[in-house]
Structure formats: C-alpha cells, structure tokens
Design a protein around this ligand. Structure first.
Ligand code: ADP
Length: 458
C-alpha cells in the first residue's frame, strides 16, 4: 500500500463508508470489473451529490434573482416607478438589473415631465377665456374646459362621455365637429348658440384631433357677443355721423349754388342765404368739435394728471359761458347755492360738461323760464352738482336713452336750437372718467334736473 493509498483511505473513510454501504445496498462488488473500488464510487456519488445540490442552490438563487427582476419589471409596467433599485452585480443578471434601474429612472423622468406638461396644458386650458371641447369619433365629450362648462351652464362636474349635442344642442355646431371627425378638415364659423346666458355669438373653430391613433375633433369657441355689439355701435355711429353731416353740407351746397346761379344779385335774399350757410358751417363746426372731444375721451389716454378742481370756479366759468345764450332766449339763470368743494379731474372738461347741461337747460326751455345750477355735499363725502330747468321736460320713454350718442327726443327741435345730439354723451363720459355718475329726472311740461355726483378730492 503506497502512502498515497493510505492518505486516500484516511481522508476518504466517509466515502469508503458510503461506498461500502452503497455497494451493500446496491449489491455491487467492491471491486468492479473495470477495477473501480467502492470508495471511488462513493466519491463520485458524493461529488455528484455536491454538484447536484450546488446546482440546485445556484438555480434557486438564480430563480430568485430572476423573480426579483420580473417583479421589478412588472412593477414598472403597472406604474410603480419609485421602487427600491435592484442590486447590481457583475454577472449578466446584474447587468440586466442595472438596465432595469436606469429604465426605471428614465421612466420616472419621463412620467414627471409628462405630468408637468399635462398640468401646464390643463392650467392653460382652464385659464382660457375661450371655451374648448374635444370629442371622440362618436361625438362624445372627452374633454372640456371651465369656460365651456360655464357656456353650457354646467354648475356641477359634467359626466364623462356625454354626447356633445346634449350639452350644446346646436345643429350647425355639431355638424362642424362631425365634419372635422369625418373629413379631417378644419372649419370656422360665426354661430349664435343658445345657452344659459340667453344666446351669445361665438367665433367657432373646429379641427380634427387624433389621440393615440383614435380620431376625434376639437372646437374652440370665442365669445364675440361684445365685439359684435361694438361693431354694431361703430356702424351706427358712422351712419349717424354721415347723416348728421349730410344735412348742413347739403344746405351749404344748395345755398351756395343758388347764390352762384343768380341769387347773389337778389338783394332781398342774398344776405339771408349767406347767413344760412354760416349757421350750417357753425353747426358743422360744433359736430366736428363734439366728435373730437368724444374721440379724445374714447382714446382712454390717461387724463393729463387729475388736478384738484374747484367746483364753484367751474360752475362760475360755465355760467359766464352761457350768459349770452340765456339772455338771447329769455331764460333766467337763477342765483344758486354754491358750496365750496374740490374734486379731482380735468378743469376744462368739467366746465365743458357743465356748459353742456346749462346749454340744454336754456335750449329746451321757454322764454321766461328758469335754469338753475347748485352744488352741495352728497352721501359718503361726495359732491353733488345739479342743473335744473323749468323747460319742456323729457317723456319717460326717452329718459333711459338720452345719454346715447346722437339720441334726441325731438330731432328737428334739437337741430333748430343748434344741438348735435352729442352733448349729454360727452357729459356722461367726462363724469365717468372722474369716477362719478350722472342721472336725469324729468317731468314733461314741467322741467328736468340733471345731477352729477363726484368723489370729493381727499
Ligand atoms: P343736443 O345737442 O340735441 O342737446 P344732447 O345729447 O345734449 O344733444 O341731448 C340729447 C337730447 O336730450 C336732446 O336732443 C333733448 O331732446 C334731450 N334733452 C337734453 N337736455 C334736456 C333738457 N334739459 N330738457 C329737455 N330735453 C333735454
């Protein structure tokens, strides 16, 4: 027996034992034909057992790591983006774990970017004054902003996926959306939509929309009711101005022609014709200067620094301006109670407003009538200026409209007395720019009172 054999025998006695036992159990000879001994077989079996159990352990370990990777990946799929990162080791699974960790952080970045973007878009759409509504292929609402909800009078949250025609039952509007979904073409129309606000006019833009491969359409509704009203006011104003200018221009042209065609030699009438021309030229001048004043007031330029204006001084100046006219028409300017008060505004403009009111009190009066102006304190530390007359008065039906441009109760009478129909609208404008109010009371046949209330200067 060699030393190696002894050493082998000592070191592997458990194997010999296992080999012996195995040989007994398996009924194999201790020395096989091939010359293998029981210990060799035992070693082989032990080694095999170690390999098998090692492999099993490794496989289990591997399976656990794969399961962890799978759970992590599934977590990502179901939106759990803030999972604890996987442990990264140097083998293939470790590399995969690293990839999944990076994917997770990238998805997190993307998701927070998308959330921020969605919040931004939502805030923009919510803050828009235009109403926005998006529909799907069946014309069911998939999105609408606050303005659209207000437009359709929804005071609670709108149910999801509601047919748009139930919210905005207007055939043309629904057709615009349908056309955008089907023909994929944008369109624009001015529509008057029924609504809780009593029917308003909208500039509607409808456009096709594709979200995640699904077809739909979006409509943006811009409320142009006020714009339309202003357009109408502007059109009426231009028509009124043209009409107002035409009368004096026609008269001037007509009389000038008559004079040229021989009336110049007509000693009885030529002077009268020239005076008529002069009167109409004065009228044109009044219209032009009133229009200019209104245009300046409309321009909304900041008044050249509101200055403290003495109400008493403004009233006295206005009285001086209309004195001659009052005398001419036989109207008495009554002594008035003038309280000392100061308001903030433009002195010239306030004087002009008071002249306009006094002028009307004289023009729409009768010989022997009275025009009176007074000032005094009003509620809340304000200043009140009242212009009253004993004139023809204004019928109640006309009272609400007399501050409109070119509005006159009796056009012919107004023209006869040199009115332009713009005096009261200038008064209203001037007073409102001084943060005050002007109102009118009148009794036909008895007289009228115009009251201005202005905040007193601090
Ligand atoms: P006008 O240049 O015609 O005076 P205003 O704008 O000053 O234009 O007044 C509008 C209309 O209001 C007048 O045409 C007149 O019919 C009526 N009005 C204004 N003030 C008086 C008043 N004191 N008494 C009676 N009617 C008045």
């Amino acid at each position: 027996m060699t030393t190696r054999t002894v050493l082998f025998g000592k070191l592997f006695w458990p194997a010999q034992l296992v080999g012996g036992l195995a040989a007994g159990v398996l009924d194999i000879p201790l020395i096989s034909k091939a010359g293998w001994t029981a210990p060799v077989i035992a070693v082989s079996l032990l080694a095999a057992a170690i390999i098998v159990s090692g492999t099993w352990l490794l496989a289990r370990l591997y399976a656990r790591r794969v399961a962890r990777l799978r759970a992590f990946a599934e977590g990502l799929l179901s939106g759990r983006l803030s999972q604890v990162p996987l442990r990264e080791s140097g083998d293939d699974l470790g590399t995969l774990a690293g990839c999944l960790n990076r994917l997770s952080s990238r998805l997190r970045d993307l998701s927070s970017g998308l959330t921020a973007e969605a919040e931004r878009s939502e805030a923009i759409l919510a803050g828009m004054s235009e109403a926005v509504v998006a529909v799907d292929q069946r014309l069911f609402v998939v999105f609408r902003n606050e303005a659209f909800a207000r437009l359709v009078g929804a005071n609670a949250a709108l149910p999801v996926a509601m047919p748009v025609q139930e919210l905005a039952p207007d055939r043309e509007f629904v057709e615009m959306l349908r056309a955008a979904v089907i023909s994929r073409q944008s369109s624009q129309q001015r529509l008057r939509l029924p609504g809780p606000l009593g029917g308003r006019t909208f500039d509607v833009h409808a456009a096709p929309l594709t979200v995640a491969g699904r077809r739909g359409a979006v409509a943006v509704l811009h409320d142009i009711t006020e714009l339309e009203r202003l357009e109408r006011v502007r059109r009426d104003f231009v028509a009124n101005v043209s009409h107002e200018l035409r009368t004096p221009l026609t008269a001037i042209g007509g009389y000038a022609e008559t004079l040229l065609e021989g009336a110049l030699e007509d000693r009885e009438n030529n002077r009268r014709f020239v005076e008529i021309i002069k009167a109409h030229a004065i009228r044109l001048n009044s219209i032009a200067s009133d229009l200019l004043t209104l245009a300046e007031l409309d321009a909304d330029q900041p008044a050249p620094g509101p200055e403290p204006v003495s109400v008493r001084a403004a009233i006295e100046a206005a009285l001086r301006t209309v004195e001659a006219e009052a005398a001419l028409r036989g109207v008495e300017l009554c002594p008035a109670i003038l309280e000392e008060a100061v308001v903030l505004g433009n002195k010239t403009r306030l004087e002009q407003a008071l002249v306009n009111l006094l002028d009307n009190a004289i023009k729409f009066n009768r010989p022997g009538g009275q025009a009176r102006i007074e000032s005094g304190p009003a509620d809340g530390g304000q200043v009140r200026i009242a212009v009253a007359d004993t004139g023809i008065g204004i019928p109640p039906a006309h009272l609400p409209r007399i501050f409109e441009r070119f509005y006159r109760v009796d056009k012919a009478r107004s023209r006869d007395v040199g009115g332009t129909g713009l005096g009261l609208s200038i008064v209203k404008h001037v007073v409102e720019r001084m943060n005050g109010t002007v109102t009118a009371q009148s009794e036909p046949g008895k007289g009228s009172t115009f009251t201005i209330v202005l905040p007193a200067a601090p």
